[in-house]
Design a binder for this molecule. Sequence first.
Ligand code: UTP
Length: 293
Amino acid sequence: MAIRKAIFPVAGLGTRFLPATKSIPKEMMPVVDKPLVQYAVEEAKNAGIEEFIFVVSANKDAIVKHFGVSASLERALQDAGKSSLVASIRDCQLETSATHFIIQEHALGLGHAIWCARHLIDSEPFAVILPDDLVLSAIPCLKQMVSVHGEQGGNLLAVMDVHRQHTGRYGILIPGKVHNRLIEVKGLVEKPKPLEAPSQLAIIGRYILQPQVLNQLGIQQRDVNGEIQLTDAMASLLGETTFYGFRFEGKRYDCGDKVGFLEANMAYALAREELQEDVAAAVLRVAHSIEST
Ligand code: UTP
């Protein structure tokens, strides 16, 4: 079945980036010159997504504005003869009929954020993209997943190998049979301590989910922090519906983390032909200045 809808949960508090995220949502922070959430939308469009569902917190109107029409800015740029910039801001606009903004009143976790969008998902599988995970790859990550999902069906979770000392940051797979890039999921553990982790296969922010997950989220118990976790809801459905891990092709950057965010800025700038040389020189300058201190 085609994947037509994507949910973008962007209602988190972004505490690791305070004070920057006091008034600006984390997902509006730019990597080079585009906000994280725009990369996510472009990836979704590239994968054939037609409906864009943003789960926002009450004070995230910056995201609403970013995808809307900005008539006065367009006029000012037009008057200044900057038509290529006009095109670049028009590129961010989303059709209002294909775009939904749902408010998550309280940040009760990723699972709760997805559940808030349940009324907009019917009986079809849907994608979830966490904009703070960027994946730099020849074929965009969600497009790879849509193509595999077309053959395989079920629920598909993007996974990657992480260092054992980092398992406590992720949902971790208990893996079953492996077939090329696909890994059967036998179990899921949310944020296990390194020594208790059943594997080093971690779920990152790309999912294709069946609608049963939404029903499960509706009855899922809160965790010790009072949050409703997506991983726990998916774990409860194992045996009832099939989950696969998908080892995507590409390099993932965790932009919810300071170092990951800075690394993403360098990698995405270096991937741009017009910036490559100057940015490479700047990176070397910084590295040399550190060495000589
Ligand atoms: P994170 O786990 O990175 O949490 O959320 P966070 O609040 O954004 O950031 P920190 O940890 O406080 O720095 C992963 C994704 O889930 C969304 C976030 O916006 C992000 O895209 N999320 C998280 C919600 O939409 N609602 C929530 O209640 C929690």
